[in-house]
Design a protein around this ligand. Structure first.
Ligand SMILES: C[S@@+](CC[C@H](N)C(=O)[O-])C[C@H]1O[C@@H](n2cnc3c(N)ncnc32)[C@H](O)[C@@H]1O
Length: 353
């Protein structure tokens, strides 16, 4: 053994662990998280039909613009700013004349999008950002005056889903939160503690048509009663997986995946009161639109689409809307192929009489 003083001085260096060619954790996706800086990498991801981390791909952009018929000088509202993809296209149509109001409840993503759009040269002369719920549209219109066009692109953005700290997905471990505005209301983890089994079962069925609502709700409530605090996405995913152990092995993996998706969706709808705020928004809509004003709404599941359809039909029968979409518009097959998140989208529209 060589134990010369020189060798003794040399500290043992640990071999750097090879982490592979692709980042696995959200925070490691540094290139994707700076889409402006790494355009080539981002384009490659999009071409493969995926959405780069930290970004959201807007859906039905052409169909929406074709319907809204925005002209310079108009005043409009993007009720769900998100990544600002639709907003940017609407701003281009305004051509520096008129004004756009952009709302989002999310206090984390809104400032990021605002900064990005301001960086592209869109300032307070043409756009006003407001961190508020779209159910407050009546307050916004006090400032904006009657609106010529309105867009609402419901649900969550890819940035929210992909960020494990928000707890929107069972696919990565994070706090079981699921709030669009984490500063308000109750996290999904706390909400579960307030529920009885039958209430939870009803919620899973009503918000997501979960076929295993009975066993899953029993498993969740039993765990809580045994003193288990369900604070993380992984804990909830494991409880669902164990509850569905009776499913034959051949289909179990796929069935568990679908049930997890549905249960997370149901919880998200509940903690954000999504049906309630959508109903309030739909009720207030006619009074906020100018004569001939146009509204387009993108929805992502049957519960939302039903509410929109019913509201549009009611106001049409009452003569408040002069025309409504006879049936929902779906994204093209090409768009669904290139962006899997577009597959469940339905677009409905109405025109104020
Ligand atoms: C599907 S994303 C919108 C994406 C956007 N159209 C784009 O092109 O980037 C939905 C956004 O609406 C926001 N949102 C959902 N419900 C809301 C509500 N009731 N009021 C205001 N914003 C809401 C979410 O926080 C999310 O940022």
């Amino acid at each position: 053994m060589n134990s010369s003083p020189d060798n003794q001085k040399k500290k043992h260096k640990r071999r750097v662990r090879y982490s592979g060619t692709h980042p696995k954790a959200f925070h490691e996706k540094y290139k994707e998280l700076q889409p402006e800086k790494y355009a080539d990498d981002v384009n490659k991801i999009i071409q493969k039909g995926n959405t780069p981390a930290g970004m959201h791909r807007s859906i039905c952009v052409n169909e929406i613009l074709e319907f809204l018929q925005i002209t310079p000088g108009q005043v409009g509202l993007d009720a769900t700013l998100g990544y600002g993809g639709h907003t940017l296209e609407m701003l281009k149509c305004l051509d520096s004349k008129g004004h756009l109001y952009a709302l989002d409840v999310d206090p984390i993503e809104l400032p990021r999008t605002q900064k990005r759009l301001e960086g592209l040269g869109y300032g307070s002369d043409i756009i006003t950002f407001k961190q508020t719920n779209f159910s407050n549209i009546d307050q916004v219109v006090l400032e904006s005056g009657p609106l010529n066009f309105i867009l609402a692109d419901l649900g969550v953005s890819s940035m929210q889903i992909d960020n494990p700290e928000r707890g929107f997905s069972y696919k990565s471990d994070g706090p079981l939160d699921l709030r669009l505005n984490p500063n308000k209301g109750m996290s999904a983890s706390d909400r579960l503690k307030t529920m009885e089994q039958d209430e939870l079962e009803g919620m899973l069925m009503e918000n997501a048509d979960e076929p295993h609502a009975n066993v899953i709700s029993h498993a969740i409530i039993d765990s809580i009663k045994r003193g288990i605090d369900i604070t993380t996405t992984t804990q909830l995913q494991q409880i669902i997986e164990e509850a569905l152990h009776f499913i034959p092995e051949k289909t179990r993996k796929e069935d568990v995946k679908k049930s997890c998706q549905r249960c997370f969706q149901a919880l998200r709808i509940d903690v954000n009161s999504e049906y309630e705020v959508l109903y309030e928004f739909l009720e207030k809509l006619p009074a906020t639109l100018a004569k001939g004003g146009r509204v387009a709404i993108l929805s992502f599941h049957s519960g939302e689409d039903r509410l929109i359809k019913k509201s549009f039909q009611k106001f049409y029968r009452e003569g408040i809307y002069s025309d409504i979409a006879p049936k929902p518009i779906r994204p093209t097959a090409e768009e669904c192929y290139s962006n899997s998140r577009a597959r469940s989208t339905k677009l409905r529209w109405a025109i104020k009489a």
